[in-house]
Design a binder for this molecule. Structure first.
Ligand code: BG6
Length: 483
């Protein structure tokens, strides 16, 4: 049961709100998952009347659901919405916000603040909410969602943390990594620990190496300035890819309670060996896309989009990691992410060690592939005899789709919003996870920023740059492609 509450949405006219949050809230309303008494107060910089704001929300939904949507639900949904103008130069903004929210007939007093704003504004908003008494819990709860990125490196993450914890307890802070809201990611843990046949093999005795891949066909789009200050390591590896790794590699939690799960993720993230910067080329590889073709369409290169050819910021990043614990000793984890690669695919590929019977035909490999997106599946590749007189094997597949007809499709943000209102922060990050993730990538980001040599280029729409193979430990290792 969700308490009556008000969702206060900072940055409500921004992109995330348009494409994810508002449509997500609408779908939750449609599914009957929002409490009857729930209001949504959008906070934005510009002066907009309620009427205009409601028209804007309608246009967000029209864009997201071009085939139309339920008008009865729309009527209920739109009544929940209100708008508060918070011009940055107005010192009374937050006092006025408090006054607005004090109207109990409209706004239930449990308050969830969703900060979908520039990261540099997170701390100031929390300070100002606190200064007018809007973060104090008593009879009612107060929760704050901080969008990614939480800091831009370890130091800034720690500063942000100490700034917001002046006003908030850990239980009030919801740090987003939206990948944790994806059902396919939650499934990694369940598949591992709810199946007897996987767990005994899940270690250095049987596994040769693990590959975690998250590639996109999309480029950086309109976000050139943001992206050039960020890069693929910060944008994807520090968050989504390392969380996927944590779920793949962690020990079994004592229970499925949020604290137990997070404790195991923290342990494994902290057990990742720091990347030796003096031998960086053996462990880390970066590249940038140049112009090329995606789905038959010509697209410009990163430097052209940016309009600055001195940038060394990576749109492709691959790392080799080792986890220093008994389960994973000596097993390389190759992780990579890229924009504008030939395929959009997020998956975990596990290659097992060589089997005792080697027929010398190169067909000696067992793989287990866990598909996350676009296809949610679990697939084994095993060796089996080719029927006939000869003794020869070929690879056959045991392929299980995780998604079946009629299954619910819940977007990551819908799950996260629901959990927020329920007060369940298990799908949100603990500060120790954020810190461990920064600690790992910071030295690489720093070393790469200092190294101004031109970066490897790969044409948009191509597969991994040949040169990325330098990070493999053994000659017989190679990037796995789609499933
Ligand atoms: C975001 C990154 O966190 O995740 C984007 O900032 C990226 O660059 C996006 O495109 C990918 O998310 P999803 O859910 O589309 O895989």
């Amino acid at each position: 049961v969700i308490d009556p509450c008000t969702l206060v949405l900072f940055g409500a006219s921004g992109n995330l709100s348009r494409i994810k949050l508002m449509p997500g809230l609408f779908r939750l309303d449609q599914a009957g998952r929002l409490p009857e008494k729930m209001a949504i107060l959008s906070v934005g910089r510009s002066q907009v009347s309620r009427e205009d704001w409601l028209a804007d929300i309608k246009s967000m939904l029209d864009a997201k659901f071009p085939k139309g949507y339920d008008q009865a639900v729309f009527k209920r949904f739109i009544e929940r919405h209100h708008y508060h103008a918070n011009p940055p130069d107005d010192p009374s903004s937050f006092t006025r916000l408090k006054e607005t929210l004090s109207d109990e007939a409209i706004f239930p007093q449990n308050l969830a603040y969703f900060l979908s704003v520039r990261p540099s504004d997170f701390a100031a908003i929390v300070d100002q909410l606190a200064s007018v008494g809007l973060t104090e819990e008593g009879k009612y709860w107060r929760r704050v969602v901080v969008e990614k990125p939480f800091g831009t490196d370890l130091k800034s993450a720690q500063e942000l943390q100490s700034s917001i914890t002046k006003h908030l307890k850990e239980s009030q802070i919801y740090r987003i990594d939206h990948y944790l809201g994806k059902s396919a990611l939650q499934n990694i843990m369940l598949q591992r620990f709810a199946n007897t046949i996987l767990e005994p093999l899940w270690n250095k005795d049987y596994i040769d190496h693990v590959q975690i891949t998250n590639t996109e066909q999309l480029g950086v789009g309109e976000r050139t300035q943001f992206y050039d200050a960020t890069g693929a390591l910060r944008d994807m590896i520090q968050s989504h890819v390392l969380q996927t790794l944590a779920l793949t590699a962690m020990e079994q939690p004592a229970s499925l309670n949020p604290d137990d799960i997070r404790a195991e993720k923290i342990k494994v993230l902290e057990a990742i060996r720091p990347i030796p910067v003096d031998e960086l080329e053996k462990y880390a590889f970066r590249a940038q896309y140049s112009s090329g073709e995606i789905k038959g369409e010509k697209v410009p290169g990163y430097l052209e989009e940016l309009g600055d050819d001195s940038s060394v910021v990576e749109t492709y990043a691959a790392l080799k990691l080792f986890i220093d614990n008994p389960r994973w000793e000596g097993v390389p984890f190759y992780i990579r992410t890229a924009k504008r690669l030939h395929e959009a695919d997020t998956r975990i590929a596990i290659r097992f060690k060589k089997a005792p019977l080697q027929l010398g035909n190169g067909q000696d490999q067992n793989w287990l592939i866990i598909g996350i997106q676009p296809r949610e599946c679990i697939k084994f590749e095993i060796q089996s005899k080719i029927p006939g007189l000869d003794i020869a094997t070929r690879t056959i597949e045991l392929d299980g789709a995780n998604r079946q007809e009629g299954d619910e499709t819940i977007d990551a943000y819908e799950a996260l919003l629901l959990n927020l209102m329920e007060g369940d922060n298990s799908l949100y990050l603990h500060i120790s996870e954020v810190e461990a993730q920064w600690r790992l990538v910071d030295p690489v980001i720093e070393a790469w920023a200092k190294d101004r040599k031109p970066v490897h280029q790969y044409p948009a729409g191509s597969s991994d740059p040949e040169a990325s193979k330098v990070i493999f430990e053994h000659e017989d290792q190679f990037w796995r492609y789609s499933i």
